[in-house]
Design a binder for this molecule. Structure first.
Ligand SMILES: [Zn+2]
Length: 78
């Protein structure tokens, strides 16, 4: 019997303010982990994830979607 293994511990994998969209550099709210390339991770803002969502899903990527957090951004602490 095979059991699905998870490389990542089941912590609440949260994207942080340091995670940036690979395309435009905006804060990333979606992480896509591709099954090929040893789990290559791509980060997207909400806008660019929409652009690539169909292709990522078709490629079998695991999607961490935190776009619900876009509306609850904390005040900028710069
Ligand atoms: Zn972007």
């Amino acid at each position: 019997m095979t059991v699905a293994t998870f490389d990542q511990p089941t912590t609440t994998a949260q994207l942080t303010r340091q995670d940036r969209c690979d395309r435009c550099g905006a804060q990333a709210y979606v992480k896509a982990t591709l099954p090929m390339g040893e789990g290559m991770e791509l980060l997207f803002c909400g806008h660019h994830f929409r652009d690539h969502e169909a292709k990522l899903v078709a490629a079998g990527a695991a999607i961490l979607d935190e776009r619900h957090r876009i509306d609850e951004q904390p005040a900028e602490r710069v």
